[in-house]
Design a protein around this ligand. Structure first.
Ligand code: GTP
Ligand code: MG
Length: 217
């Protein structure tokens, strides 16, 4: 896939939304990209994506966020969905224990199809429905620590922690990429090679200097 140079951003990061049907993925996406929420949204069919450009440590980052159906029968071809993704927001519904129990299944799917360096945030959505809560935040926190994920409770309805969740994912991705670029530069100078050598950021597919990183591995 060609790398399209775009003057309007420094990095393009592909992030995927995953989790059971009805947990609020599409509303998280619409809240983050358009500041909209719909109480009666329909199940997603196929794949949609939306973008938002924001600042991360002084760099202009375009987040391209992909959304698909949680329901198996509506899901688009999995490998294409995950290809080139550098971040994932794994969503469950704090009022539906089953959606949390399925988190392990989603993690397996990520491991099977996504880059092993992918940054994953676990989000317990619908935090506004605290009175209907079916699991404590501590359970999710324990799982997140065990699996090496970040964790936040969110509410697309109240716009609670949505911004924070994406900012945290983007910052993590940015740090990983900066570290890799630095390591590559240091490797190049210790080899006595001149500066300006191609930087290989391995599987994460992120290329510096206004190029896309949401392309095929
Ligand atoms: N109370 C509350 N309801 C929410 C929240 N987020 C989403 N919902 C509601 O939950 C329902 C499902 O939301 P969607 O965003 O369509 O869920 P989804 O995960 O995209 O579902 P699929 O496309 O079927 O995978 C809708 O009725 C939303 O209004 C939230 O933060 N709080
Ligand atoms: Mg949806």
């Amino acid at each position: 896939m060609a790398y399209k140079v775009d003057q309007e951003y420094d990095y393009l990061f592909k992030i995927v939304l995953i989790g059971d049907s009805g947990v609020g993925k599409s509303n998280i996406l619409s809240r983050f990209t358009r500041n909209e929420f719909c109480l009666e949204s329909k199940s997603t069919i196929g794949v949609e994506f939306a973008t938002r450009t924001l600042q991360v440590e002084g760099k202009t980052v375009k987040a391209q966020i992909w959304d698909t159906a949680g329901q198996e029968r509506y899901r688009a071809i999995t490998s294409a969905y995950y290809r080139g993704a550098v971040g994932a927001l794994l969503v469950y519904d704090i009022t539906k224990r089953q959606t949390f129990d399925n988190v392990q299944r989603w993690l397996r799917e990520l491991r099977d199809h996504a880059d092993s360096n992918i940054v994953i945030m676990l989000a317990g959505n619908k935090a506004d429905l605290n009175h209907l809560r079916s699991l404590p935040a501590e359970d999710a926190q324990i799982l997140a620590e065990k699996e090496g994920l970040s964790f936040l409770e969110t509410s697309a309805l109240e716009a609670f922690n949505i911004e924070k969740a994406f900012q945290a994912i983007l910052l993590d991705i940015y740090h990983i990429i900066s570290r890799k670029a630095l390591a590559a530069q240091e490797g190049a100078s210790s080899n006595g090679l001149p500066h300006g050598t191609t930087i290989n950021v391995s599987n994460l597919s992120a290329i510096r200097n206004k190029a896309t990183c949401c392309t095929a591995n």
